[in-house]
Design a binder for this molecule. Sequence first.
Ligand code: FAD
Length: 390
Amino acid sequence: MEPIVIVGAGQAGAQAAQSLRQLGYDGDLVVLGDEGFAPYQRPPLSKKYLAGDMSAEHLLLRPPAFWEKERVDIRPGVHVQSIDVVAKRIQIAGGSLGYAKLLLATGTRARPLHIEGAALVGVLSLRTIADVDRLRPVVARGGRIVIIGGGYIGLEVAAVARSLGLDVTILEATARILGRVVSPEVSAFFTDLHQGHGVRIRTATPIARLEGRDGHVTGVTLGSGETIPADLVLVAIGALPNDTIAAAASIHCQDGIVVDATTRCNAPDIFAAGDCTRFPSALYGRSIRLESVQNAVDQAKAAATAMLGGSVQYDPVPWFWSDQFDIKLQIAGLSQDHDRVIVDGNPADRTFSVAYIRNDTLLAVDAINRPRDHMLARRGVGKPYTPPSS
Ligand code: FAD
């Protein structure tokens, strides 16, 4: 009997392997990952691990002994090159491997910046342990960091870098930071928070090119012609799904590997979970792709059930968090297409929440230092809105 093979040793791959064993799967189980590590958690990469407050060992989702005991054959440093969906084999360097069932849990990669100077030394992105290990010594030397992109990762790195004493500038192309995901009230709060700590934020600021000397980045030139000096540039402009091997195997992909609510792809015995997938959300009435631990874990659990023949309808209330300075932002639901916003509490008190509503139905809640509101929201999304204090 061929093994169950999981491509991608990240949050979803690890969860699926664990769930398969918990659900009683006793056969061979192989997890192939092209990073040099056993499965680890990424959220601390832009928080405690970057700050030097956490070791690489503590990033591991499970210690090596756990995988051994569970007879999960984790193979780090192995890149899957292609899938033969007819022969049910995957190609790796120097050979191939058959599968009874295949789970694609390939995650995302940092969106590259296609601009003059992007290949200079000192221009980095942040997705992996290896990225932070490159970033950290430069950050530790101090100096000036320019962060391109005012999303979660850019803001979290800004907070850590500022706490370590660096001179920090964030360049955001659109009108406000976090503009794609939160309301103007929440953007304004995080702008004040960062500026209060001395981070410079420039919005509506397109960039023209990166400057360098002797192959090393020295600055960022804006569309206006102004150059901002930099010893380090972090490119944090989002992520792209790793769907290339799936697409090459004629598996349906559309900004992500397309799966149905049972986590199946349109190829026999192939499933997918985590950041790399696009799936139907009955809750929101459209297909969505999420980049969150919640989705990686819950969709992987669903995939494990489905792979063993169980019944699954994956339709989650998404949730997410971000830590910046001493503030915890927790988001439940997706706020797009709201027609009303209700702010509960006062941002000046550094504890408030924002409810996003459409036709009296709660779509999402951003909770700032309000864990109770967040937990209530996870139960309330998709239902008629009731204020948290009632
Ligand atoms: P990943 O964890 O990315 O794992 C996919 C793995 O597959 C990778 O190791 C990749 O190299 C490997 N792979 C890809 N293609 C192949 C191939 N062909 N062959 C072999 N291996 C392959 N989420 C939150 O909810 N809260 C947070 O605060 C938060 N902070 C984050 C901070 C950072 C810096 C980053 C990068 C992410 C953060 N996230 C956060 C998102 C969260 O980490 C991801 O949603 C989660 O890791 C997704 O899990 P995954 O298994 O789908 O993908």
